[in-house]
Write a protein that binds this ligand. Structure first.
Ligand SMILES: Nc1ncnc2c1ncn2[C@@H]1O[C@H](COP(=O)(O)OP(=O)(O)OP(=O)(O)O)[C@@H](O)[C@H]1O
Length: 278
């Protein structure tokens, strides 16, 4: 299902934090949102998932303005994995994942055998089948992230909105989650902080800075050392990955103009030879 974000503006705390953002995500593709802390990624994702109303513009799923969908219909279209969530849910993991099935139910009552099968399958897909009988509140941060991702998968929606879903995950589980995201046929919007993981996992990248979409395109089109310097204030070196040939960034130092350090040694940027020397 195609997602169209059209001229979105959004306020938080009475202040404009998103200004005139337009971007389309073709059906079945992954859009990665990158940008410094506070650049508006979560706010934009809240608007796209219908959790917050925009102050301007509209979001369309498959051509339908999401403002016209009731809560249940919306939840049948989009599953959200938010950045912040209550840490102390004293409910079994299976029940937590079954919450994702509510939009498909006919009302309150027993979960169907199919709902339970879908929930168990989702837990297995994220490598969390062994956690099924544990209490959610007794899980580690990374385990909780995986269970919440399973809940989003179990919701079985054509659109997935994931706000920094790799938080707390060890590197193996980061790669596993992003590979699942990449392999899914759903349309995915995902906020990430790791530029290299984003380039590896996303079909397109959108870079937000101060609430505006500064750049949008394929990872190779968007990510380059000048953009990383101007948006993140970091000097970097692009190298070709020895096996995949894919562009990879090495982060060398904060840009001198932004660095807190006055020691020139802290700001020296290694040469290509220094980086590639064995
Ligand atoms: N509840 C709130 N009330 C007031 N202002 C808020 C609120 N939440 C966020 N903001 C402000 O809105 C702006 C955008 O925040 P947002 O969380 O969307 O950024 P982000 O790019 O997701 O940041 P991060 O990378 O740190 O998660 C920031 O200036 C932030 O301080």
């Amino acid at each position: 299902m195609r997602v169209d974000i059209e001229n979105i503006g959004a306020h938080r705390g009475g202040r404009p934090v998103i200004t005139d953002v337009s971007v389309s995500v073709p059906s079945g593709t992954v859009l990665g949102l990158l940008g410094p802390n506070g650049s508006g990624k979560s706010t934009l994702l809240r608007v796209v998932s219908g959790l917050a109303a925009p102050s301007a513009g509209r979001v369309r799923f498959g051509g339908t303005d999401i403002a016209t969908l009731n809560r249940r219909k919306l939840a049948q279209h989009v599953a959200v994995m938010a950045q912040e969530h209550s840490e102390e849910f004293e409910i079994p993991v299976l029940d937590m994942v079954l919450l994702g099935r509510i939009p498909h139910g006919r009302g309150y009552g027993r979960d169907s055998d199919r709902d339970i099968a879908v929930a168990r399958q989702a837990l297995a897909r994220v490598g969390a089948a062994h956690l099924v009988d544990r209490s959610f509140s007794a899980l580690s941060g990374g385990e909780r992230q995986r269970v919440l991702f399973a809940r989003a998968l179990a919701q079985d929606t054509p659109v997935l909105v994931l706000d920094e879903p790799t938080n707390h995950l060890d590197i193996a589980h980061q790669l596993e989650l992003l590979d699942l995201v990449k392999a899914t046929d759903r349309t995915v919007l995902i906020a990430l902080h790791d530029l290299n993981l984003a380039a590896r996992s996303c079909d397109a990248i959108g870079v937000l800075a101060e609430g505006r979409l500064l750049s949008h395109g394929t990872p190779d089109e968007v990510l380059h050392t000048d953009l990383i310097r101007s948006v993140f204030g970091v000097e970097s070196t692009a190298v070709a990955h020895p096996r995949s040939g894919r562009q990879h960034f090495l982060f060398d130092a904060r840009s001198p103009s932004r660095s807190d350090s006055h020691d020139p040694a802290d700001q020296s940027i290694p040469t290509q030879e220094e980086i590639t020397a064995p």
